[in-house]
Design a protein around this ligand. Sequence first.
Ligand SMILES: Cc1cc2nc3c(=O)[nH]c(=O)nc-3n(C[C@H](O)[C@H](O)[C@H](O)COP(=O)(O)OP(=O)(O)OC[C@H]3O[C@@H](n4cnc5c(N)ncnc54)[C@H](O)[C@@H]3O)c2cc1C
Length: 389
Amino acid sequence: MDFRLGPKSDAFRAEVRAFLDEHLDEETIERAHQTGTMHSREFHRAIGRQGWLAATWPAEYGGQERDPFEMTALRDELRLAGAPTDGMGLSVIVCQTIRRVATEEQKADFLPRALAGEICMSLGYSEPDSGSDVASIKTTATRDGDEWVINGQKMFTTLAHVADYVFLLARTNHDVPKHKGLTMFLVPLDSPGIEIHPVHTVGGERTNATFYTDVRVSDHFRIGDVDRGWDVMTVALTFERGGFGLSEADRVWEQAVAWAKETRRPDGSRVIDDPFVRERLATMRTNNEVARLLAYRTSFVAATGGLPGVEGSMHKLFYAESMTSDAAELVDMLGAEGVVQRGEDGAPVDGWVEHLFRHAAVTTIYGGTSEMQRSIIAERGLGLPRSGR
Ligand SMILES: Cc1cc2nc3c(=O)[nH]c(=O)nc-3n(C[C@H](O)[C@H](O)[C@H](O)COP(=O)(O)OP(=O)(O)OC[C@H]3O[C@@H](n4cnc5c(N)ncnc54)[C@H](O)[C@@H]3O)c2cc1C
């Protein structure tokens, strides 16, 4: 089998590397890690100007019609470089959904600005009591003439403090089963009545709790039909679990190997010569390779006209779980100093292993928890009976 992505993808990869050399500096990467906000407005705009937010889109929308393997190369390089790309990921999910379900007027209003990187989107689905079971949300939108009045609270609204819009799921009908009374809105985040409070995660990322008190939006901001928000969510979720290709685990593995080669123990031996260290690094490298191939498989399914639902879950589950266990092994490998954080004196591997250890745990939660991914694989992939959800 030939696991390479092909010459077209290799050529694009080279183009992306040259772009990153020019547009991504250490200061931008470090600022993202310091603040936990994995977004830079300037870098996001540069990507948008380059046409890469719409890289796979048809030319009629200003897209470049690149194939999923080229997209994988783009994502690989962004991740290897440590670029802050949350805004890119979230905006593309919303844009892909708008393209499929919104009116022509809405597409003309939102898509050109979003794809040019001039505006950034966030996702407002989860609430304090509704995450995995997101259809049970309590935030309401009530019709008042040509306007909707939104009241409620959302949890984990990542990037709300720097984004322009929140793609917000609200309850519009209490008299029908929970999935049938929801509607989606694209709410401008500068609307009166919105409060944004920071939430700092153990993984170093900043996300937000967002509060909505009598927030008014016109019907123009309703995406999809009234009470059919679940259909819109279903479309949006398909784009959330696509393959990521290379990940931060690949970047940290490279950094850990370099450190082990150049660091000597008190007896003068190189760390890399310790068989215990080599075994751990080899295990992680193997897992990273499996994760990458699972990601490429989702690209392959998409490239051949399929919807990679189960494949996306398989990749997300394996990537998050193996990264969690491998990061723990690497922290052990570093010994007591392994818990010294980035920015503190004496942090081995510049603190990146310790950071991965904390961040890996968070990846098992967002975009659907590992348990939810297991249920999807069991039910949709293996045809097992539904769990108690
Ligand atoms: C850093 C971060 C960023 C996030 N960003 C966003 C964002 O931008 N927008 C947004 O809307 N949301 C976001 N989320 C929310 C995320 O999608 C939810 O946290 C996630 O879906 C889990 O929901 P929950 O936290 O309510 O946990 P719960 O759903 O309460 O789950 C608690 C535990 O129970 C398990 N569980 C729940 N139901 C089942 C079941 N049926 N079968 C088996 N096990 C089950 C879960 O796996 C988990 O272990 C983010 C979360 C994090 C941590």
